[in-house]
Design a protein around this ligand. Structure first.
Ligand SMILES: [Ca+2]
Ligand SMILES: [Ca+2]
Ligand SMILES: [Ca+2]
Length: 578
């Protein structure tokens, strides 16, 4: 039977049947090398898994699992021999993922918090753009259920000034009830893993309202709330020690009081010493200053003490005076924030200072203010300099978000990734912009793809013919390791095959990811999107693998996937893991 596309009421075009293409020649040859007379024994399968898939420790049990996973194809020989077709189905199965199968944490989780990249959200309560979208608990729930571990809430007084509310100040976005947000965090914080959830508060509150917030936080989270008390520590605690804990990160209330003081004192500028700290643009009139105290606020300060005690990760913004900003206080580690543009400037002038600072302190990067559409920025600038919290608009779509989602598929998707050793070396500071030698070459061969016929309607891609798929594939990492290629276009095929092999020379493989984007080629209109994914290289399993594709938002398609082989030449040992 052929597949027919209706062109007009009287005519139609026919294409060959929408059934699977024959197994590609290269896969057939691979099968033949590990089988006899069209049948693969368990010993041969074991040899294949060990030699081609790089699973050297694969034992009889693993092979038995493979046998079981393809059993339903019902093409087994009575003595448990695999035929070509079953072998092909196995290659395409979820069991043959390019990432470790079990959602198991396998990085060392006992190092200080600053030794990890953390899955981080920006303005976590917004459902759409940064200008007039709705605020809600839904995106918070969604993010936590995806493994995001840092949630940002902006706190402002309500219109009557007697209670705090969550809102993106200075915009037309709606507000959300703080208590609802806290409940949503409490209910979903450990859905993906037990590792801590950090709430970054950008507060614009008076001490009285801060005291209200302190009460709400204490009442909502109770024993979950991590308090460091008066003791100061040289290093942050580890994710392991902080399991099932909620950490509050914000600026200490004292700074608020001082900022209020500045508004008064600034009329008599002789009395204070200016530091490099200031509030973000939304509160630009409240610069943080030296040791001033406004006597009027003294009484209120005691009210805010409860709030202060809840701050586990002390925060500040970084503006001007970079040297001071990146100064490592040996007594207490802290968190600083800067926007993507300031980061670009800082790393140009002081790249290694950022790397040094992030060994013990936390740097949070956020999207520049002009990203009104909730788009995102290149996360690699932050990651390659050790920045732990690269905060993203999780509701935005696009390539940068796909890289973010890809990165945090690592370490069982638990929301925390151990930074590679190069970023933690205190003797030789890592210089991302320095030309490094090539450590290994990643070879990527894309054989074929399938599943679009099941996931999309018949005329989804082209009205009058089957789709014309091609794949863009690239690596991102340090600037030198970022490069992309594309395959030929497989014209009018639901089951495309390609012959292309691509080589990626990598100088810092531990900070690199490989990404794929499939499109339907259209010569007169914009190409249609047909799936994407991104995989962190330190986790990538070599061999022939089924690469599952995701939609624009990052949700996996049920069926669409590519069959791809990966190899590192020479083989490379990644040291992220422990
Ligand atoms: Ca099309
Ligand atoms: Ca077509
Ligand atoms: Ca097309």
């Amino acid at each position: 039977m052929s597949e027919t596309f209706k062109v007009c009421f009287c005519c139609s075009r026919s294409f060959k049947e929408k059934t699977r293409q024959p197994v590609p020649g290269s896969i057939k040859r691979l099968f033949e090398a590990y089988s006899r007379n069209g049948k693969m024994s368990s010993d041969e399968l074991l040899r294949f898994v060990s030699e081609i898939q790089g699973e050297g420790r694969a034992g009889v049990e693993h092979v038995q699992e493979i046998f079981n996973s393809v059993k339903h194809h019902n093409v087994f020989h009575i003595h448990g021999l695999v035929h070509l077709n079953a072998f092909y189905r196995y290659l395409f199965s979820d069991a043959n993922s390019p990432l470790p199968l079990s959602r198991q944490v396998h990085h060392d989780m006992k190092a200080p918090l600053s030794h990890y990249f953390v899955y981080t959200g920006h303005n976590s309560y917004l459902t759409g753009n940064q200008v007039n979208s709705r605020s809600s608990v839904e995106p918070i729930v969604h993010a936590l259920r995806k493994g995001v571990k840092v949630i940002e809430l902006d706190l402002w007084p309500n219109p009557s000034g007697n209670a705090p509310e969550v809102r993106h100040g200075g915009t037309l976005t709606s507000h959300e009830d703080l208590q609802k947000c806290l409940n949503a965090i409490k209910d979903n914080a450990f859905h993906v893993s037990d590792y801590p959830v950090i709430i970054t508060l950008e507060d614009h509150l008076s001490p009285t309202l801060q005291a209200q917030v302190a009460k709400m936080l204490t009442k909502t989270f109770r024993g979950m709330l991590y308090r460091c008390g008066s003791e100061s520590y040289k290093h942050f605690p580890s994710p392991e020690e902080l399991k099932k804990k909620i950490l509050i990160s914000t600026k200490p209330p004292k700074e608020y009081l001082e900022s209020q003081a500045v508004q008064v004192v600034s009329r008599t500028p002789m009395h204070h010493k200016e530091t490099s700290w200031s509030r973000p643009a939304s509160g630009a009139n409240m610069a943080w200053r030296g040791e001033n105290k406004n006597p009027k606020e003294e009484g209120e300060e005691s009210e805010a003490v409860g709030y202060k005690d809840l701050i586990a990760v002390q925060a500040g913004n970084c503006k001007g005076g970079l040297e001071n900003c990146l100064r490592d206080d040996p007594k207490k580690p802290r968190r600083i924030s800067m926007d993507e543009q300031l980061l670009e400037t800082v790393v140009r002038a002081r790249g290694t200072d950022v790397v040094r600072f992030t060994q013990r302190n936390i740097v949070r990067i956020y999207p520049k203010g002009t990203r009104l559409d909730s788009s995102n920025y290149d996360p690699l600038v932050g990651w390659t300099h050790g920045a732990q919290m690269v905060a993203f608009n999780m509701q935005g779509h696009g390539k940068q978000l796909w890289i973010m989602q890809g990165m945090f598929r690592g370490n069982g998707g638990c929301g925390y990734l151990k930074k590679p050793r190069i970023l933690l070396d205190t003797q030789t500071l890592f210089e991302p912009s320095k030309r490094q030698t090539i450590k290994t070459t990643l070879k990527v061969k894309i054989f074929t793809g399938e599943g679009w016929d099941l996931d999309f309607p018949h005329t989804h891609f082209d009205q009058y013919s089957p789709p014309d798929f091609f794949v863009k594939v690239g690596t991102v990492g340090v600037a030198r390791d970022s490069i992309s290629y594309r395959t030929e276009t497989a014209v009018d095929q639901w089951f495309p095959t390609w012959k292309d092999e691509f080589l990626f020379q990598l100088s810092v493989p531990e900070l690199a990811l490989v990404w794929f984007r499939v499109q339907d080629y259209d010569n007169d209109t914009q190409n249609d999107f047909a799936g994407q994914t991104c995989l962190p290289l330190p986790e990538l399993k070599p061999g022939v693998r089924a690469v599952r594709l995701h939609d624009r938002a990052g949700k996996p398609y049920k069926n669409a996937r590519l069959l791809v082989s990966f190899s590192f030449d020479p083989p490379y040992t990644f040291h992220n893991i422990s």
